[in-house]
Design a protein around this ligand. Structure first.
Ligand code: FES
Length: 270
């Protein structure tokens, strides 16, 4: 993997066109949107999306792009609301993303047109994690069955490329009953009754968010571990900037192989 793949926006755009447009991507833990009206927004691989639970209890993931002029509808990272009102000109949507109303000066001519609703993405929930996809991958995601009770989520902002974070999570492990990697953005660690789901969120090419979802334990017990991951990843990013390669463990090699396939696919189509 060349150093520019860790430090330049071109690689991120290629990843956005290929794997982030085609794979199931994790958004959050289902417990983060536990109640009707709960929402959580994020930029994942360059795509602005938000997840929301409606009044019937269903969770869906929607594009965070207003149907009026394509601006961001949800500005807050998370919260609870009755409806979503775009702050730019006031178009309003319900908890399922359906167009409700707009002020008269900017109201659409045909208020019943289906293209007024926010774009709803393929959504799937597996082992308490909400996934979405911009395409329709053949297989729904799976994490190997139900986990212990959801304890909470730690959020860690890391100044590194998302691949540095994935490599670090994979480097010291081999697949086993206690560790599994779920391409492209999840690693699951089990220790007795406790399961940690590490979710890598590629925010921009040099800003990564790590969501540490804790099942069967309190999240505060894992704060030190998350802080260590941040420290190590930021040091590893400096190494990549200097051209030092990642540790070539079997899982990191497998990760690079799938990335190489994605880059080749992008070259073939652009
Ligand atoms: S862009 Fe949302 S109301 Fe105009």
């Amino acid at each position: 993997m060349k150093s520019e793949h860790y430090a330049h926006g071109d690689a991120f755009q290629s990843e956005k066109r290929t794997l982030f447009s085609a794979e199931w991507l994790p958004l959050c833990a289902e417990g983060q949107v536990a109640n009707a009206g709960d929402f959580l927004s994020a930029t994942v691989g360059g795509w602005g999306v938000f997840g929301v639970r409606d009044r019937e209890g269903a969770v869906r993931v929607l594009r965070n792009a207003c149907r009026h002029q394509n601006m961001q509808v949800v500005g807050a990272a998370s919260g609870n609301c009755e409806s979503f009102r775009c702050r730019f000109h006031g178009w309003t949507y319900d908890l399922q993303g359906r167009f409700l109303s707009a002020p008269p000066p900017v109201a659409p001519k045909d208020r019943e047109a289906s293209e007024l609703h926010l774009a709803s993405l393929s959504t799937s929930i597996a082992s308490g994690i909400v996934f979405f996809s911009l395409a329709m991958p053949a297989q729904p995601p799976g994490l190997g069955g139900p986990l212990a009770a959801y304890g909470g989520t730690l959020t860690t902002e890391i100044a590194c490329n998302w691949k540095v974070c994935v490599e670090h999570l994979l480097a010291e492990h081999t697949p086993s009953s206690d560790f599994s990697w779920h391409w492209p953005l999840l690693a699951v660690r089990r220790a007795g009754a406790v399961t940690i789901v590490e979710q890598v969120v590629p925010h921009t090419f040099l800003r990564t968010r790590l969501l540490t979802h804790v099942f069967g334990s309190a999240p505060d017990d894992h704060k030190q571990s998350a802080a260590t991951i941040k420290h190590v990843c930021e040091r590893l990013q400096a190494d990549r900037n200097e051209g030092k390669p990642a540790i070539a463990s079997p899982l990191v090699i497998a990760f690079h192989s799938r990335l190489a396939d994605a880059y080749a696919q992008d070259r073939a189509t652009t």
